[in-house]
Design a protein around this ligand. Structure first.
Ligand SMILES: [Mg+2]
Length: 177
């Protein structure tokens, strides 16, 4: 494995990326505060959602880049990495936090990531509508491009079969770059 990595690193470096949100994707959106303002994460990493994510990765060979606010704090990053690890998944990278956490900033962070790379395919999954459809005249080309790569989950369910199927389709479509 080590020698192979040294011999042909480009083969192991995926050219397909899945930009991943966490809350409302890997579990239904439900935030509860326990005593002492401690965050209750007992509902997190729903097995059904995690299995669907694993299916997307197995069927597309994509790498994971985390866009969720979970990327902001080391403790949260570690919890996320550990839980993905239980399903044989790992985080390749995190998008920058520069520009803030608004939906618009998130779109910019993702677009600046993909335009810097020579990718074969990419997709974004989030339970919030990151790039709402606007009037055609006021629409930027980049926002239109973004929407072609975007799959929205139902925040009360998280990643389900149909949203996972849409991601697999996008990530296996090399025309859609
Ligand atoms: Mg979310």
């Amino acid at each position: 494995m080590f020698a192979l990595q040294a011999a042909c690193p480009e083969r192991l470096d995926s050219k397909r990326l899945l930009f991943l949100d966490v809350d409302g994707v890997l579990h239904p959106l439900k935030v509860r505060l326990m005593g002492q303002q401690q965050l209750d994460t007992s509902h997190c990493f729903n097995p059904g959602c995690m299995d669907e994510l694993r299916r997307v990765i197995l069927q597309s060979g994509a790498d994971l880049v985390v866009t969720s606010s979970w990327r902001q704090f080391e403790t949260a990053r570690n919890v996320l990495a550990k839980n993905l690890g239980h399903y044989g998944l790992r985080v390749k990278d995190w998008t920058t936090t520069a520009g803030g956490e608004s939906n618009e900033a998130r779109v910019d962070q993702i677009l600046s990531y993909v335009t810097a790379l020579d990718l074969e395919a990419w997709a974004v999954v989030d339970d919030e509508d990151l790039a709402p459809e606007a009037l055609q005249s006021s629409e930027g080309m980049m926002k239109m491009l973004f929407r072609q790569h975007f799959v929205r989950t139902d925040s009360s369910k998280g990643l389900d079969k149909s949203s996972a199927d849409s991601l697999i389709q996008l990530l296996n479509d090399e025309e859609n770059v």
